[in-house]
Design a protein around this ligand. Structure first.
Ligand SMILES: Nc1ccn([C@@H]2O[C@@H]3COP(=O)(O)O[C@H]3[C@H]2O)c(=O)n1
Ligand SMILES: [Zn+2]
Ligand SMILES: [Zn+2]
Length: 247
């Protein structure tokens, strides 16, 4: 089943030129928003995409550029659209997503809104087993190395497209995905300057063999991108708002 991906933003956490690195992934008529950062509501508004036209939301980890738009989503879904969107959350993230990121704004004891399930149709997702979220549309959580002791996930879609979200560079994983698992496409975060520290940086990604690089699309980059065009080997920088098709 083919996938279409539109990055509603391609920026790093502190970019002032690009929106947060969040993606609309569509397969077989189902549109999933991967991450909902603090710029997501504006980015969607500029694209003319109504929140309630999105079928589901998936969260990779609890940094604000990935979850900071969720309070607005929750309030508008409840009060404007009167609709519970499907919210797919890795089970290890549920507690911190509510108690450490969203509870301050969303808890309402008077109305009895005491958890994510009061705003969303909450669906827990487990690691390392492909989960069918819609007929023909699967995702598999791959724990990523990002911040020590803070769970974060990359995703394998339909067993052939790897979406890193935020992760340090992992040559072994990318080789295995490409060679053993026959992964066809790799969408990877890319910090332009070295060292990466909590992200993969361009210098590290350039150590991949050409065969793997040619599968790689780069995202989550900072505002100095213009100086790096033409310096990314066989890898391609994704463009914000463009829709990419993956047959
Ligand atoms: N040790 C760390 C931890 C975090 N950071 C920055 O904080 C950002 C949080 O969102 P992000 O997209 O994961 O990118 C992180 C780093 O820019 C960082 O630069 N060094
Ligand atoms: Zn990020
Ligand atoms: Zn992060």
């Amino acid at each position: 089943m083919s996938l279409q991906i539109q990055m509603i933003g391609t920026g790093s956490a502190f970019s002032k030129k690009f929106y947060n690195n969040n993606a609309l992934v569509t397969c077989n008529g189902f549109t999933l928003l991967v991450d909902c950062g603090y710029t997501a509501p504006r980015a969607l508004h500029e694209l003319g995409i109504e929140i309630n036209s999105i079928d589901g939301l998936f969260i990779t980890h609890v940094h604000a550029d990935h979850v900071g738009g969720m309070e607005e989503f929750a309030f508008r879904l409840k009060y404007t659209y009167k609709h519970k969107m499907k919210l797919f959350v890795p089970s290890k993230l549920v507690d911190s997503l509510w108690n450490q990121s969203l509870r301050g704004g969303l808890e309402n004891k008077t109305e009895g809104f005491m958890g994510l399930g009061d705003y969303f149709d909450l669906i827990l997702v487990e690691e390392t087993v492909p989960t069918e979220i819609h007929p023909g549309f699967t995702l598999e959580l791959i724990p990523s190395e990002h911040i020590p002791d803070k769970p974060s996930y990359s995703i394998m879609f339909n067993e052939r497209l790897f979406y890193s979200s935020d992760t340090k560079f992992n040559y072994t994983l990318l080789s295995e995905l490409s060679e053993q698992r026959k992964c066809q496409y790799i969408l990877h975060d890319c910090q332009l300057s070295s060292p990466g520290i909590v992200h993969a940086c361009l210098d590290e990604l350039l150590t991949l063999p050409d065969k793997i690089q040619s599968k790689v699309l780069l995202m989550h980059y900072d505002d100095l991108i213009d100086a790096f065009i033409g310096k990314s080997g066989k890898m391609t920088f994704m463009e914000q708002h463009k829709t990419y098709s993956f047959p």
